[in-house]
Write a new protein. Structure first.
Length: 178
């Protein structure tokens, strides 16, 4: 077996590090699909597939929480998922990964907030809304598990303490915005 020079190993590692994260892209696109479907229901005034009249889907979609700044809440979610997909599809850099991570943390925080509202304030749940929340949690978990391993200064960007601070900041911002 031929010997691989150290410079070749470093080059291969640099190429792998800069690759898009296709698992995150796919999960985010599934999120775009669910949130896009909910947006189309809200804008079209239609009933969700497999949901009966007066079901949790109808009650949640008719609530005042289904709009944020006059825009369907699901449309905000679709935009957020799309932003994560774009960031994950681009070659990975520390800033892109951190941006996608913060968006995923914000999505989880806002989904938890909306789930709380639907259960304790509205008194109804929408399976599609819950699915969107599960996708947000999966995105965040996958991103944490698949975070790059940097060297030197770059390694500090992926330390658990720094990630927790970024996630809490993004989550707090999302909740204040909502």
């Amino acid at each position: 077996m031929p010997k691989v020079k150290r410079s070749q190993v470093d080059t291969l590692a640099a190429v792998a590090k800069g690759r898009p994260d296709w698992i995150v892209v796919v999960l985010a696109l599934v999120g775009v699909g669910v949130a896009g479907y909910l947006t189309s229901l809200k804008l079209g005034g239609n009933q969700a597939f497999l949901c009966r009249d007066g079901s949790g889907c109808d009650i949640v979609q008719a609530s005042r929480y289904s709009l944020l700044a006059g825009v369907p809440t699901a449309l905000w979610g679709a935009g957020l998922y799309l932003a994560i997909a774009v960031l994950a599809a681009l070659p990975r850099t520390v800033r892109r990964w951190q941006s996608a991570f913060m968006l995923a943390a914000a999505a989880v925080a806002f989904s938890l907030y909306l789930t709380y509202l639907s259960i304790f304030v509205i008194g109804a749940t929408c399976p599609y809304c819950l699915a969107s929340g599960v996708i947000a949690v999966l995105l965040l978990v996958v991103m944490v598990l698949r975070r790059p391993r940097g060297e030197g200064r770059e390694a500090a960007a992926y330390k658990p303490g720094k990630l927790a601070a970024l996630g809490i900041t993004a989550g707090a911002f999302a909740l204040l915005l909502g």
